[in-house]
Write a protein that binds this ligand. Structure first.
Ligand code: TRP
Length: 336
């Protein structure tokens, strides 16, 4: 198959509305990337079901929430094709085909999946679909022919596993069909939770969503973890592990100002309150327009569904081509 120069695929599980961690880790980057390369974004509802099999409504209810988040931050459906995983049968069919060339021991070795299985306490109740979701993700990536995949570093094992599948599958075909891919890691690291824990995560209750109210932002910043040893304003303070500074680095538009604040804080004489005021102002400025746009968007579900359907149609035609090429390569009849 011939491929365009670069093609981007990224995606999210629709398990809840997106938060500021998503914003700095990926959404912001996608808004930029959409002007540079063809970009597809997959709302990965099937992957969301792999650990929510008994509460499908949780996934179903969040599909349009995530769609609204995308549009509210500036992802432009004219430039980015937003589509729904469950609407694309080629992805499921490719998953079935790939499962035959990946061993059980290989899926059990994926470090991200291993971690998640432990965290979620699955042990004997591990859903089969969850164990094999990296294979399904490989199907997502390869079906689109994506060579650039913007993801967090926890997703690197998925990219590695995808490239193994590409290599194996292409080896079975007379002419290679699948394209190798690489991760596009975000330049800002993972945003810690507002409580200072390693990750902003809905299940830990330490997030700020993209529709956080003024009051929620105020409270979150007020409660934010700083340097517990920094008792008096005149004391020298520590910026390592100080969430306020991590957030200022991630969100403040003026990095020189942040550098000067850090220097002042470490020297002593800059209070936590002042730093927090500066951070709150910049978060309020960032979130207010997103929150407003989001409110308008979510009020028109029909419009959101229409856009998602339109993107999914385009993605369906695109991914079907890869499935057909694979089927032909394997000698399976292509009937429809
Ligand atoms: N696993 C990704 C996550 O949890 C979501 C995802 C599904 C994805 N399919 C994808 C990301 C394809 C990139 C490409 O964030």
């Amino acid at each position: 198959m011939t491929h365009p120069q670069h093609l981007i695929l990224t995606g999210d599980r629709p398990t809840g509305p997106l938060h500021l961690g998503h914003y700095v880790g990926s959404l912001r980057q996608r808004v930029e990337l959409q002007t540079k390369h063809p970009q597809f974004i997959l709302i990965a509802d099937l992957q969301g079901l792999t650990d929510n099999g008994s509460q499908p409504e949780k996934i179903a209810n969040n599909v349009l929430e995530v769609m609204a988040d995308y549009l509210a931050v500036g992802i432009d459906p004219q430039q980015t094709t937003i589509c729904l995983q469950s609407a694309l049968p080629a992805l499921a069919e490719l998953t079935m085909l790939y499962m035959n060339i990946v061993t059980v021991s290989r899926v059990e070795r994926n470090p991200t999946v291993k971690n998640e299985i432990q965290q979620k306490g699955f042990s004997r109740s591990l859903p089969t679909g969850f164990l094999v979701y990296p294979i399904s993700q490989a199907a997502d990536i390869t079906a689109f022919g994506a060579d650039l995949v913007p993801v967090g570093d926890d997703q690197l094992p998925m990219i590695e596993q995808t490239n193994e599948i590409v290599h194996k599958m292409n080896g079975l075909l007379k002419t290679p069909v699948l394209r190798h891919c690489k991760a596009l890691l975000s330049t800002t690291g993972r945003l810690p939770g507002i409580d200072g824990s390693a990750k902003m995560s809905k299940s830990l209750g330490n997030t700020l969503t993209l529709s956080a109210s003024e009051q929620e932002i105020h409270q979150a910043v007020s409660a934010m973890y700083t340097d517990p040893q920094h008792l008096r304003v005149s004391d020298p303070g520590n910026i390592e592990g100080n969430v306020v500074f991590t957030y200022l680095d991630a969100f403040h538009p003026d990095s020189e100002k942040v550098a000067a604040m850090k220097e002042h804080y470490q020297r002593g004489g800059l209070g936590d309150r002042q730093c927090k005021n500066e951070l709150e102002a910049c978060l309020q400025t960032l979130v207010a327009p997103i929150r407003e746009r989001r409110q308008q968007l979510i009020a028109d579900k029909e419009m959101l569904m229409g856009l998602l359907k339109h993107g999914s149609e385009k993605a369906h035609l695109h991914t079907q081509k890869t499935l057909h090429a694979i089927k032909r390569g394997l000698g399976l009849p292509v009937m429809f």
